[in-house]
Ligand binder design. Sequence first.
Ligand SMILES: [Zn+2]
Length: 202
Amino acid sequence: MVTFTLPESIQKLISELTKFPGIGDKTALRMILFALRNDLSFFKNLGEAFINVYKNIKICKRCFNIAEDDLCEICKDPKREEGILCVVEDVGDLISIERTGQFRGRYHVLGGLVSPMENRRFEDLRINELKNSILLYKISEIILALNPSMEAEATALYIKDFLKDVNLKITKIAHGIPMGSDIEYLDEVTMAVAIKERRELE
Ligand SMILES: [Zn+2]
């Protein structure tokens, strides 16, 4: 019986690529073989692009968005409305909301939601950072822009309780959208309505 062992460098690349969600061994190998059909410099460019991210990308000190400096482009922008913070689960949601162009305030990236399933507690979120930011930047309203789910509702209630001594309005975006739908798929019009019709957290 003939057994063929993949070259070590390819095996190593496969083991890294399969860390992406949805990429298994077969898909990773197919991607690599596809790339090998072209100029090998593709791998060099890809590697350099990854290294550049490693070298240059930081987490914004104020809002926890991705940045190339201590502060992200949004936090550095003097034209942004002060006093209002949009609280999102992750950077992906921040980018989705930014793309709609319907929110002109600043953000706070929580870094997850409370989830017993994933063993994530309220203290594991950037919640002290949220409070500090509210006090430091004299925030008068936070808008919770969380994807509708049980975890989001629990997280919202924890936030409300955690901030009960802070003089602050806490609202959440209006979800004309059913439970389980994603901020990622909101278009400009839906987002505009979701923000305009936000209501105070009960
Ligand atoms: Zn920022």
